[in-house]
Design a protein around this ligand. Sequence first.
Ligand SMILES: [Zn+2]
Length: 224
Amino acid sequence: MRCRACAAAFPADAPWTRARGVEWFRCPVCGHVRVERGAVPDAQTAEARYRLHRNDPADSGYRRFLASFVDRAVAPFAPPPARVLDFGSGPEPALALILRERGYRAEAWDPIFAPERRALAGRFALIAVHEVLEHVPYPYRLLSALARKLEVGGSIALRTRFPPERREDFGRWWYKEDPTHVGFFGPRAFAALAERLGARLSLVEEPDLAVLGFPAAPDAGRLP
Ligand SMILES: [Zn+2]
């Protein structure tokens, strides 16, 4: 099997651990953890679960959680009035609302809750992938598609909880309990994804933030 973050090959017959009733595989090179293939929920099951997600912009705790993301992972890399996409916005476009309050031109897109294609038109200075990557079975494929939607020198800002290194800690880890969470990434997995995408890791911050910065000129620094 190949790691879906760094592409390293590792044995498919040796799960790292069993937890939540399913097997988990951990890449020995970058530490990316993912669930066994059969445990990725189908679209209907996932949608039913997403409808239970609370991301209410009127909830002050959730607003603070989003504001910390904007302060740490958005504003330093794309100040307003940059054009920003909230990819995978969920049932409420809470992040886009906060971005607009701060002077951004923000769009929200979600395959279930906000599927209007015009939100994806044009290019973005920054794409926010906020609590989304843990739901995505093929992260490299998604990030490379999003990278093509960036302005030159743009960034992808991600929030997803970094997994514990140790098996015992993973066994107790709350974040894996959501059945729609199928893969987890830490600093080394983000570094590997950045390298494969031709980007740099502009920020990596415990417990859950990473920003991939794409080159200001497509061929900058590359010798012929
Ligand atoms: Zn890996």
